[in-house]
Ligand binder design. Structure first.
Ligand code: PGA
Length: 251
């Protein structure tokens, strides 16, 4: 079940397993003091840290779920360096990020076919996909972003229609806002939220791109946006907690 609000902490290539365990323990202690029934906090560390999170969550009651930063479009086989959905679910993952712009750049063959295969693989392993989509600076400047986003969303809608009963999270991640310190305005996010509602059946949308403990004050109030994907600011446990508190105050 997806909760009313979801906060995804994407650690990217930061923190080793010892650091992630200590981070998670600190966060869990803070969360236990608040009513967080309607908030899902999803930690997304590097693959190498997932087993440690699994052991930790088997031993302690955490108010946290976790997932992976990527998934192979294949189920198994001779794909050196790749990680399958089955491996992730065996590690207790509930979520997987699909199509983050930083992974797309690294994958030479990335296209809509691979996107579809990754969604297929995540559902085959009972993982909820967090599907990233977005426009880049050039598209914005040339006023082509609506065209691009509409195409991406229509294709996604076709893929998701194969799974009418499955949960998913769509993350609007404008490339010009990721790791730049430039956050999209409420108006810009609202415009995309309206487009998503037009093109996708029953969407669950979150926003990602330079979210921090200050701008969350505005972002949390955007209609149709049910949470955030946080990169850099999530590396500081106090900042992530402050961001989460904003949503706890809403419910
Ligand atoms: P950022 O990253 O918060 O550091 O901009 C966001 C993301 O990973 O999408």
């Amino acid at each position: 079940m997806i909760k009313q609000y979801t906060i995804v902490a994407n650690f990217k290539m930061n923190m080793n397993h010892i650091e992630v365990v200590s981070y998670t323990q600190k966060l869990a202690i803070k969360l236990a003091q608040r009513n967080n029934k309607n908030i899902e906090l999803v930690l997304i560390p590097s693959f190498t840290n997932l087993r440690s999170l699994q052991v930790l969550s088997n031993c302690e009651k955490l108010y946290i779920t976790y997932g992976a930063q990527n998934i192979s479009p294949y189920s198994n086989g001779a794909y050196t360096g790749a990680i399958s959905g089955k491996m992730l679910s065996a590690l207790g993952c509930s979520y997987v990020i699909i199509g983050h712009s930083e992974t797309r750049i690294l994958e030479a063959n990335y296209g809509y076919k691979e996107l579809e295969s990754k969604i297929d693989q995540s559902y085959a392993s009972n993982l909820i996909p967090i599907i990233c989509f977005g426009d880049n600076k050039e598209m914005r400047e040339n006023n082509k972003y609506i065209l691009h986003l509409s195409e991406e969303l229509k294709i996604l809608n076709n893929i998701l229609q194969k799974y009418p009963d499955n949960k998913y999270i769509l993350a609007y991640e404008p490339l010009w806002a990721i790791n730049t310190g430039v956050v999209a305005t409420n108006k810009e996010i609202e415009e995309v939220s309206l487009l998503v509602n037009k093109l996708i059946r029953d969407p669950y949308l979150i926003y990602g791109g330079s979210v921090n403990e200050y701008n969350i004050n505005d972002i949390k109030n955007i209609k149709g946006v049910s949470g955030v994907l946080v990169g850099k600011s999530s590396l500081d446990v106090d900042k992530l907690y402050k961001i989460a508190c904003n949503y706890m105050d809403l419910v």
